[in-house]
Design a protein around this ligand. Sequence first.
Ligand code: AOF
Ligand code: ZN
Length: 346
Amino acid sequence: MQQSLALAERGWGRVHPNPLVGAVVVRDGRVVGEGWHAEYGGVHAERMALAAAGAEARGATLVTTLEPCTHHGKQPPCVEAILAAGIVRVVCAMSDPNPEAAGGLDRLRAAGVMVDPGLQEAEARRLNARFLHALGPHDRPYVAVKLAVTLDGMIADRQGDSHWLSGERAREWVHRERAGYHAIGAGAATVVRDDARLTVRGTITPRLMPARVVFDRSAQLRPEHAIFSDAARVPVHVVHPTGATPPIGEIEGVQLIAADSLVEALATLKQVGVDSMLVEGGGRLAGALLSDDLIDRVYQVQTPVWLGGGRPAWAGFQSRDLSEAIRWRIVDRRPLGDDTLLVIER
Ligand code: AOF
Ligand code: ZN
């Protein structure tokens, strides 16, 4: 299953809004076929793994991260391919929350295949957190916040400079991560200061370029900012209070969203099709999202740097006694060069 989960990640940035899925065919304790869902609308993980295994699939076990599908979508049902190949046992991590595709495990059981669900279910659900959220009853996008933070809790120096705070490896990782989100968000102060474009410039070219979302509370944006230069190709949503429309006029691909709270803004973003968003600062936007309990996941890149002052990471988040502190869980930790990535969930 560990291998299937790793294979699933190869679809990162390419299969949205479909889930990431990986599968292996195991025979006599040996992997004889690997598969993953590589492209939206393309072949499913199970069929790819079965094709790789060929005749060795007969009598073998299929280990897959998602319940095999039963429906005719852009691809034919995986359950039929599994039965035709002569698989005798299917191990899967999680059931398919998509009602159209679900029911595969029951179909396999009815056909006499041994079925073992639930192996590494938590990891599989985390892998597809965005997909699960989109299918759930939520009136906002899945929200992740990424911040590179110093040892003393800062994201920039007193002047707001954050360049080269984290290292090369962390920056590569950010571009990879961006590719899997439907939108990249940031506060206007951050966008203006860095003249940021919030585009994906890594090794993965996302199938759908993530839209950009700028939260502009005090009409700071101007039409000449770099973020607007390719808006015709990659949309930009500008969120602003009703009384403070930024003077940017009409720019192709730019949509103004008037909202007087983050809750309202996120609801509108969801309505216009943003079902997941990676927010990359600044500290005040991060703090406000946290205060309003609107964050599903935090990527904190811990850097071994002391600033002794500057822009705090979670500005405005109200202090509380330890007995009332909100405690989240670290679900992954990984070295990125000299930095450490912490993935933290509620
Ligand atoms: C699987 N294996 O590798 C994937 C599955 O339009 P389609 O045919 O690609 O179907 C998409 C739906 O099928 C998707 O929403 C999800 O429920 C399931 N995806 N199922 O057995 C796979 N990608
Ligand atoms: Zn399928």
